[in-house]
Design a binder for this molecule. Structure first.
Ligand code: PA5
Length: 471
């Protein structure tokens, strides 16, 4: 029996293979009915009031709507658009500095929706939009040095060719304004580039959060130097902030349709108000994964899009899941599901052996893009040899779909669960649909599991050790 939840937009969740022998049964949903209903009520309450079960103000559910008095207002969107517009044909490159949630969302937009070799395209091919680099996401001196050298080389070549200075913008994103990787990366890039003022015109903008309880050194610095300031709104954690300035600004700079991205989130929010679990994708997704853990011991989730463009989405999801759900409950017991990223079909040649025959402690979450924007067929070459001739004319997109289907069938044949999210196309609308779906799913699962999705006390422990070492 096929089990598929399809929204009017065409976004669908095929969860057929979550049910069956050694997997979920209808009766599991009946057994957990009260808990499932309570989770739905808590998430709806959070959506309407912003009050979390743990007494925090959690405002991520306000992000999709652009409205006066909300997180995104017509004025805040206009400010982003104007800033991005002013970069077009003027700024040659942007370095986005940040780590964790502050940076991953923007990276997802970049990797999913622009040409993989964007930074190698000409300015004309980029429609005058800047090149985009990411930094401040590690403490690697090698990575920082390579980026410095590359940008200085570009600036020197630009001056020789155009007889004017190369303009570079540093976007420094840190909610707290104190994060080690981001701040030390910024200090290094800023100092070095300032020494090359003859070839390079340096601009800085910061994206940060004002906290009445704690000083924000980055915000103070921005005030002293008069840098442009964008906001990570109060009440929104880094891993939930892609629909606010840090994510939207990256989209606007690249010339992508940020209104469509927000509309995708809005439509998903609406679908997830449905009081019928079988028609509410986030509630259903959370329930399937929570019950697979409780009933069948599936404590690992393999996140496997069949598109290399969605690898950054996998990294974003890893943070969202791990940092939101991997923690202690009030009674001291722990909950978690370990996220693992795999890319289809590439990792069928690396991980699938283990998914198929290793410990039966995981579920595989596939993502399929139904209509790819680019089609490539295998050419008619080497036709005299039967082995090559049989591939001639085949569509790579169809082969990719067949690979996914074969993977899901093979897992099901061993009673191993998987589910497939189908996106009609990969664009800003469906990326908004998908990312908001995952955020809401996490909010639902946290309610089911009895953990607070919106804090990260475990992260403080290593930070204390690091500070003791002077970091
Ligand atoms: O999700 C989160 O809140 C974290 O991952 C933060 O984004 C990350 O630690 C970076 O923090 P900040 O934005 O304060 O630099």
């Amino acid at each position: 029996m096929q089990r598929i939840l399809t929204l009017a937009s065409g976004f669908s969740v095929d969860y057929t293979n979550m049910f069956g022998a050694e997997r979920l049964q209808e009766s599991d949903f009946a057994e957990y009915q009260q808990q499932l209903l309570a989770a739905h009520q808590a998430v709806q309450e959070l959506t309407v009031t912003g009050n979390s079960t743990y007494g925090q103000q959690v405002l991520f559910t306000q992000m999709p709507e652009v409205k006066f008095g909300k997180i995104n207002t017509p004025a805040s969107i206009a400010k982003l658009q104007a800033y991005a517009q002013n970069m077009q044909n003027r700024v040659q490159a942007v370095v986005s500095l940040g780590v964790g949630g502050s940076y991953l969302g923007g990276r997802v937009i970049f990797e999913s929706l622009v040409d993989e070799y964007w930074n190698g395209l000409s300015a004309r091919e980029r429609f005058g939009r800047p090149k985009l680099y990411f930094a401040g996401n590690s403490l690697s001196a090698t990575a920082l040095q390579s980026l410095l050298r590359e940008l200085l080389r570009q600036a020197q070549a630009y001056v020789l060719k155009y007889k004017k200075r190369y303009t570079l913008t540093l976007l420094v994103t840190s909610k707290s304004g104190t994060t080690l990787e981001c701040i030390t990366g910024f200090m290094n890039l800023y100092t070095t580039f300032a020494d090359y003022a003859d070839v390079l015109n340096l601009e800085v903008a910061v994206l940060t959060q004002t906290d009445a309880q704690a000083p924000n050194p980055l915000e103070e610095l921005a005030q002293v130097w008069g840098w442009e300031v964008f906001r990570v709104p109060t009440g929104i954690g880094g891993r939930f902030c892609v629909f606010t300035d840090p994510g939207l600004l990256i989209g606007a700079i690249l010339g992508l349709d940020i209104n469509s991205f927000l509309q995708g989130a809005c439509d998903m929010a609406l679908a997830c108000q449905n009081a019928d679990i079988w028609a509410n994708p986030a509630w259903l997704n959370a329930a399937l994964k929570y019950l697979a853990a409780q009933k069948n011991g599936k404590f690992i989730e393999v996140f496997m899009p069949y598109s290399p463009n969605l690898k950054a989405l996998g990294e974003w999801y890893v943070q969202l899941l791990a940092e939101s759900l991997g923690k202690k409950r009030a009674d001291g017991t722990a909950y978690s599901r370990t996220p693992v990223v795999a890319i289809g079909s590439t990792d069928m040649h690396a991980q699938t052996q283990e998914h198929q025959e290793g410990l039966a402690n995981k579920l595989v979450q596939f993502i399929q893009i139904t209509h790819e924007s680019i089609e490539v067929r295998v050419p008619e070459v080497f036709m005299q040899q039967e082995f090559f001739a049989r591939y001639a004319g085949l569509s790579l997109n169809n082969l990719n779909k067949q690979a996914l289907q074969a993977n899901a069938q093979a897992l099901a044949s061993a009673n191993r669960p998987s589910l497939t999210i189908n996106l009609p196309v990969l664009d800003m609308y469906y990326l908004g649909n998908l990312m908001y779906f995952y955020m809401l799913s996490i909010a639902y699962e946290a309610e089911l599991a009895g953990v607070n999705a919106f804090d990260q006390p475990g992260v403080e422990v290593y930070k204390q050790y690091l500070r003791a070492h002077g970091g």
